[in-house]
Ligand binder design. Structure first.
Ligand code: OOG
Ligand code: NI
Length: 502
């Protein structure tokens, strides 16, 4: 009924991202300071090397952000999955952080799918779900279940608007751009965005007492963060930077309490995957219930600011190579520490990482393509040469080699596909660097001190099935999405050259 005046899911996503950013800047002023550091470093970078960044990248530079939230129950996650769908954000990827880092959660990321949607606004939310199966302490579990059972994170008005929006959703449109949210009038859509942002606001008052909070936190600080509050407050937002190494240095020289090292791969000529760093979670005052005047002052640490730099998406083969090199880095560090009997310093960590990747991971477009390590899209530069080379290729030639040869001969151009997802090990590093030290120590086999001592932990496929059911039945596989994008690009080139390249 709302014809041209209703909003598209992309427009709503853009509004969501910018309203969240405004809210977070006022809640966490240090995040605002981080944004201005990034803006000036990005400008310096563009001025110094104006041709290294594409027009698409420039146009989405200041909207490229992600945020993270943590929810307590499958029901909460289900509601949020329905809400994010209205914004064109779909669950992609499964992250088992218990398996990977002994954190009592698992996660998916809600994000736009399809090139056009990503170019227009790539905002995504990393969403963790508490895993009761990872909490052995009965008292903690009981309290957590009671608190979560009592709260409702989405107010009734917001649910009504959601239902209206869903009634207008006639088709799935996961990859389509310009999906109109025609169940809502323009006014209702704007109100919906505002009410959705409210779900993620910070509430300094909590219905739990200090003793209850301490019980939850002793089991695991993440449990306390997830169940003690009225809602799933946004715990960080992440703008993009063109020079993450410079941001890291500037944070340190500006006296910001930054993370020790940048997560992810080292700096490369052809950037791959995702590099991230952050300032540590702030200690914020909280009003616990109880006490004389009805409340007790205390502290809680959860909210921080993060920066990301995205590179090329890796194929399964590239991802396996990345993982094995990361294992090598850990082994090398451990070896050095054992020999020396002391921890390796930040600088040395960076050196080890750089060396292992220099030796083990190709850093030229040609090799990344030829060895099938990274995903690309292709465009034609010289039709005649391209057609000629394709037709002359040997019967049993590898398609990737042919493409690489065509690029060498300037018949084709290849553009790396940007990685739009998350890295389990980096996510674990980000979580851990923002937890109190006692909990970090628990990553070692001795977990007794924090009380997360599961005996009935679900295995990854069981846990995944549970999360998948909660988000509506499908978690998209990001390898499949990138691979689809690459194949589609090859098919388009083939059509233009009027040959069959499949
Ligand atoms: C999420 C941490 C993961 C990332 O960028 O890897 C994450 C959280 O702290 O809730 O956001
Ligand atoms: Ni993050």
């Amino acid at each position: 009924f709302c014809s041209s005046k209703c909003l598209t899911s992309t427009q709503m996503r853009a509004l969501l991202a910018s309203s969240m950013s405004t809210m977070y800047r006022s809640e966490v002023p240090l995040y605002g300071q981080l944004l201005s550091i990034i803006a000036s470093i990005n400008s310096d970078f563009i001025r110094a090397s104006p041709n290294t960044i594409s027009d698409d990248e420039i146009s989405r530079l200041y909207v490229e952000r992600h945020g993270a939230i943590r929810v307590g129950t499958a029901e909460e996650l289900s509601l949020l999955a329905r809400i994010f769908k209205v914004f064109g954000m779909h669950p992609v990827g499964y992250y088992d952080l218990w398996r990977d880092a002994k954190l009592p959660i698992h996660a998916t990321a809600f994000r736009p799918v399809g090139k056009e949607n990503l170019v227009k606004n790539p905002f995504r939310i990393f969403c963790s779900l508490l895993r009761m199966d990872c909490i052995q302490d009965g008292e903690t579990r009981g309290l957590a279940e009671e608190l979560l059972g009592k709260r409702s994170i989405v107010p009734e008005r917001c649910i009504n608007l959601l239902v209206k929006a869903e009634q207008g959703q006639s088709r799935d449109g996961v990859r389509e751009a310009e999906v109109k949210v025609d169940g809502l009038t323009r006014e209702e859509a704007l109100e919906f965005v505002e009410r959705v942002v409210d779900i993620f606001a910070w509430h300094k008052d909590t219905p739990v007492s200090l003793d209850e909070y301490n019980l939850l936190a002793k089991t695991h600080p993440l449990v306390a963060d997830i169940v003690s509050f009225r809602g799933p407050h946004i715990n960080h937002l992440t703008p993009r930077t063109l020079d993450i190494d410079q941001v890291q240095r500037t944070m340190i020289t500006s006296g910001i309490d930054a993370k020790d090292v940048i997560e992810g791969p080292p700096k490369r000529e052809n950037e791959v995957y995702l590099r991230q760093t952050s300032f540590h979670a702030l200690s914020e005052s909280v009003e616990f219930s109880g006490g004389e005047g009805g409340l007790v002052e205390g502290k809680h640490k959860a909210r921080f600011g993060e920066i990301e730099a995205r590179g090329q998406a890796l194929t399964r083969k590239g991802a396996a190579l990345y993982d094995s090199l990361m294992d090598e880095v850990s082994n090398k560090k451990r070896e050095v520490e054992k020999q020396r009997g002391a921890k390796v310093g930040k600088e040395e960590c960076v050196q080890i990482l750089r060396k292992v990747f220099e030796e083990g991971f190709p850093d030229s477009k040609d090799e990344l393509l030829r060895q099938g390590l990274g995903f690309f899209t292709f465009s034609i530069k010289d039709v005649e040469t391209a057609r000629d080379m394709w037709q002359r290729q040997e019967q049993d030639a590898e398609a990737l080699d042919t493409l690489a040869d065509m690029i060498k001969s300037k018949a084709l151009d290849a553009e790396p596909i940007t990685y739009e997802d998350f890295l389990p090990a980096s996510a674990a590093g980000i979580f851990q660097s923002n937890l109190p030290q006692a909990a970090v120590a628990s990553q070692q086999p001795n977990e007794k001190s924090v009380g997360v001592q599961p005996d009935k932990v679900k295995d990854t496929s069981e846990a995944r099935a549970m999360l998948q059911a909660a988000v509506g039945g499908t978690i998209l596989d990001y390898f499949a999405l990138y691979s689809e994008q690459q194949s589609q690009s090859i098919a388009e080139v083939a059509t233009l050259l009027d040959i069959d390249m499949s």
